[in-house]
Design a protein around this ligand. Structure first.
Ligand code: F0G
Length: 454
């Protein structure tokens, strides 16, 4: 058996609460069948996301005690900038309060009415900011990216021919940048290969278009390049990181994921891009040496980034995800393969073939999993999409429930418990019906919309 081994020990713990099934049903109803609206005190395993909830190391916590609180010219900023320069080789760093703030700044700087932004796959907030500025997203994933079960190690790769065709059709002057998302979130945390990113870079050079890397989920992607891409098996994580960084004009990240604390930022060697974007930092985020982050978090990010260069740290997420995926597969539960990063992804469409896509099968399954187990995951399907301008609803390519595995947080027995309850639910899937909105926000509705059983 493939048993993941924890390369750390647990020295601080937090008490958990496991409400009864009756209490869970009441809590889920009270939360409008939206797992975002549950109170965490009612949750046994919080598998909603890894965002800002990965376990920090002793060194990160120690670093938080020596932060420099000054508004301007903080030494903490210099340490974080230096850590980023060390791993990415980028001179300029613009701090932000989190990943989507980077997306706001980049989109406001570069996206205008009629802009077309090709990407391997959209992410909810990245797309919303491009659309808000009048642009359009074109996804250029390979056909295989949407296959639930697959042996393709890099389902996050771009289809180079499609990328070329999109740029040709839009006209390179209307393509402000190409966006590559590491660890492609919405298709199951699927990585891209370094070879593919090199191809993408070539196309960008050919057309004179910038390449922007969303490095939020880079840690998992690094692990997958090292373990799945033959040419890189003997390269260190640090070398692989540098090779990736050298291909991008702009790198941005959510430090709620990359760096294992809470914050974000934009890195570049392009002085012109830096000068353009920095005005938005002071407008929306804060002064250039903190950008809306707490200096304590910035210290933790600097250490967390260094720790990300350690394969024995970044393999923890993927190994636990693979373990959970295999446990579910043994019991016949439909899951995304190969196992990716971020979390274990369950295919709601084949789990609930009797629930129409319009009735949000992934949202219904996420609610049912919470009721059956006390573990809360996240809907990643049609609910996470936005309505078209005419009010019609685009159906998502995939209906997934993501059971995130925050790094170094859960034990193997907890993961086995969650898998066991989900397998029980699969055997009793006829109990689950669809959902409809009773309160539907216009923007990013999945965060706080309320639903009821159809
Ligand atoms: N890009 C990717 C690939 C992300 O996964 C996220 C966040 C963001 C950008 C935005 O960063 O949350 O710091 O503003 N993903 C979280 C998740 C929310 O749960 O998947 P943020």
């Amino acid at each position: 058996e493939n048993i993941p081994l924890e390369m750390h020990k647990v020295r601080i713990v937090q008490k958990l609460n496991l409400p009864t099934v009756e209490e869970r049903l009441e809590a889920m109803k009270g939360a409008g069948f939206n797992t975002f609206l549950l109170q965490n005190k009612d949750v046994f395993m919080d598998m909603l996301t890894d965002s800002g909830v990965n376990a920090m190391s002793d060194r990160q916590q120690a670093a938080m005690m020596q932060a420099d609180d000054s508004y301007a010219g903080s030494e903490t900023f210099t340490r974080l900038q230096q850590a980023l320069e060390n791993i990415f080789g980028t001179k300029y760093f613009l701090p932000t309060h989190q990943g989507r703030a980077c997306e706001n700044v980049i989109s406001q700087t570069y996206v205008t009415a009629g802009s077309v932004v090709p990407m391997n796959y959209h992410f909810t907030t990245s797309k919303a900011h491009i659309v808000l500025n009048g642009g359009r997203v074109e996804e250029v994933y390979k056909d295989e990216a949407l296959n639930i079960t697959s042996n393709n190690p890099f389902k996050g790769d771009m289809d180079i021919a499609k990328l070329r065709a999109v740029i040709e059709e839009a006209g390179a002057e209307n393509v402000p940048f190409v966006r590559m998302e590491a660890g492609t979130n919405l298709i199951g945390g699927q990585p891209h290969s370094l070879a593919n990113m090199k191809e993408v870079r070539k196309v960008c050079d050919e057309y004179g278009v910038m390449l922007v890397l969303d490095a939020s989920l880079l840690a998992d992607n690094l692990h997958f390049i090292k373990t799945r891409e033959e040419a890189y098996q003997n390269k260190s994580i640090r070398e692989i990181t540098r090779e990736i960084a050298d291909l991008a004009d702009i790198i941005y990240f959510s430090a709620r994921k990359l760096g294992n604390a809470r914050g974000g930022g934009i890195c570049t060697n392009n002085e012109e891009a830096y000068m353009k974007m920095r005005e938005y930092i002071t407008l929306y985020e804060g002064f250039l040496t903190y950008g809306g982050m707490s200096v304590r978090e910035m210290e933790a990010i600097a250490v967390g980034l260094e720790e990300t260069m350690d394969e024995e740290m970044i393999n923890q997420g993927p190994q636990f995800i693979q373990f959970m995926t295999e446990e579910l597969q043994k019991r016949g539960v439909p899951v995304i393969t190969p196992a990716g990063g971020l979390g274990c992804h369950i295919d709601a469409r084949s789990f609930l073939p009797h629930v129409a896509q319009q009735d949000y099968p992934a949202g219904a399954l996420a609610s049912a999993i919470y009721i059956a187990s006390g573990a809360r995951g996240m809907e990643r399907g049609t609910m996470s999409e936005q309505r078209n301008e005419d009010g019609t609803e685009p159906l998502a390519n995939m209906e997934l429930v993501r059971m995130a595995l925050p790094r170094r947080v859960f034990t193997m027995s907890q993961v086995k418990y969650a898998a066991d309850r989900i397998a029980w639910l699969y055997d009793n899937r006829d109990l689950i019906g669809g959902l409809e909105f009773v309160e539907e926000p216009n923007v990013l509705r999945f965060f706080f919309g309320r639903l009821q059983a159809t």
